[in-house]
Design a protein around this ligand. Structure first.
Ligand SMILES: N[C@@H](CCC(=O)N[C@@H](CS)C(=O)NCC(=O)O)C(=O)O
Length: 202
């Protein structure tokens, strides 16, 4: 293997997409390995923890866990703060994003439509607004978490806000984050960042 390889499902979402965005932003030429559904059971067994994304760097063992991957890319290429305390603050926000994903995921497995609606309405009216209000408290003048330039934490926030804004989650209004101006500003600033625009123009 002569270049980094990032493995994830073939969808522009979630943990894999934020890692792809990070690699694209820093200009790394990487193999974008899109695992297809039928190949997943066999591939799963080859991953460190039975899940993707997985980043393989030449000469290194496979690395799993989206936040570990993002922090590594950020540290290698200047997309994560050098100051240890500011870095830890960014990592805490990244963990907070994973907390929200963990809260949403069970609703995706619900087959009963009423149970799903109930779970999603609770997410939309309570869990997500509480989560977002706590993010707002972490954000300053912006537009990004660390100020004028983006870091991997911004890509992570962008990806989860974009998911909700897409309307893909039944019973969670696409407008749910509109009441949170600083978080929306992070989303919009990442969306409008030239390298991000170029990624989605492909
Ligand atoms: N905490 C892990 C979670 C990884 C995870 O759950 N990945 C999902 C896709 S977003 C997955 O591999 N799902 C398939 C499965 O678990 O079989 C991370 O941040 O990377």
């Amino acid at each position: 293997m002569s270049k980094p390889k990032l493995s994830y499902f073939d969808a522009p979402v979630s943990r894999g997409e934020e890692c792809r965005l990070a690699l694209h932003l820093v200009g790394v030429d990487f193999e974008d390995n899109r695992v297809k559904g039928p190949d997943w059971p066999a591939f799963k067994g080859t991953t460190p923890f039975g899940a993707v994304p997985v980043l393989e760097m030449p000469g290194q063992p496979p690395l799993a866990q989206s936040n570990a991957i993002l922090v590594l890319i950020g540290r290698l290429h200047g997309l994560h703060p050098k100051d240890l305390y500011e870095a830890a603050r960014h990592e805490a926000i990244m963990a907070h994003v994973e907390d929200l994903r963990a809260a949403i995921t069970p609703s995706m497995r619900l087959k009963d439509e009423d149970a799903k609606r109930q779970a999603r309405e609770a997410l939309a009216t309570t869990t997500i607004p509480t989560w977002a209000a706590n993010v707002e408290k972490q954000l300053g003048e912006g537009p990004f978490v660390g100020g004028a330039t983006p870091n991997v934490v911004d890509l992570k926030l962008f990806t989860i806000v974009r998911w909700v804004k897409s309307g893909a989650l039944d019973h969670i209004p696409a407008t749910t984050f509109d009441a949170f101006p600083k978080l929306t500003r992070v989303h919009d600033a990442v969306r409008d960042f030239p390298a991000v625009r170029a990624w989605y123009a492909k």
